[in-house]
Ligand binder design. Sequence first.
Ligand SMILES: *Cc1c(COP(=O)(O)O)cnc(C)c1O
Length: 354
Amino acid sequence: MTTIQIEQTTQPKQKPAVEQLGFGKHFTDHMCIVDYTEGQGWHDARIIPYQPLTLDPSAMVFHYGQTVFEGMKAYKTAAGDITLFRPERNFARLNASNARLCIPAMDEALALQALKELVKLDESWIPTAENTSLYIRPFIIATEPYLGVSPSKNYQFIIIMSPVGSYYAEGINPVKILVEKQYVRAVAGGTGEAKTGGNYASSLKAQELASQQGYAQTLWLDGRENEYIEEVGSMNIFFKINGTVITPALNGSILPGITRDSMIQVLQHKGIPVEERRISITEIIEAHQNGTLEESFGTGTAAVISPIGELKFGDHQYVINNGQIGEVSQLLYDTLTGIQYGKIDDPFGWRVIV
Ligand SMILES: *Cc1c(COP(=O)(O)O)cnc(C)c1O
């Protein structure tokens, strides 16, 4: 175990009321920072009061986007335990993203240790109302002051945390999705499978156009043939066709979601047929036309499941399951949140008690 210096705040902040939580608007009293210096490695792990960063305006992250992030949650169970959900997977994925962005690997054990200490220190910030949680955002930025294009020599690993409200305060309502034909999120050989800000920056335009037309998210097709389904918004996507649940196989441009992986394992455990394979928009439209497209949903840490009630492709609208949440979608939502909040058994060993 590394020694992590802790400097406690002398001015704890007022906590927001549960109705005011929203997503990512409020931040806890403390943050964690670990520095990286070439030749020295990661050093000076510390927890300090939440505060602005001071960075040189030439810090490389501002210019060339050398940065990666993670998203995970801490939950308070009815028994009063603090739990994390598969946190080691997040730090393994952080390092996969690091490798793609030429950022030196983070010590995964140190990251988890720092996270646990931070969560314990700010435990009183974990909201306890139904389906609320503490959202955790670890990230790494390139800090070397240099305008040359090359990997930075210095970095900071930072963890900030935000109490978040229930994603579905008004119940789980399926959303309308626009199939995007012009813009793409990622391409084979690009950075689609890394969790990096640039993928988000390049997705904003299509998202803006979709919301102007009254659609909640963009359904992304592949960047080569504009035919194969990749993701929905910043979530992985699933379809249930004729009793089988299908999700696009990881192909290098799809982000390997931990919720996605968990859903696949839950489906297998429950004996529901599940396939990871290439799936085209043509196949989805055909399944809709012959009445076998039964359900569709996105998966990710923030919402767990976001059912899709309608797809718009070209001039046509395709309503799925009468715009209602499907049976399997509801089962998966209940199972995953049940495990996360300690309401049901965890046969997979996914819960980590802090
Ligand atoms: C983070 C992310 C996901 C979901 O990953 P989870 O680990 O399930 O939260 C899916 N797609 C994109 C593009 C993402 O950035």
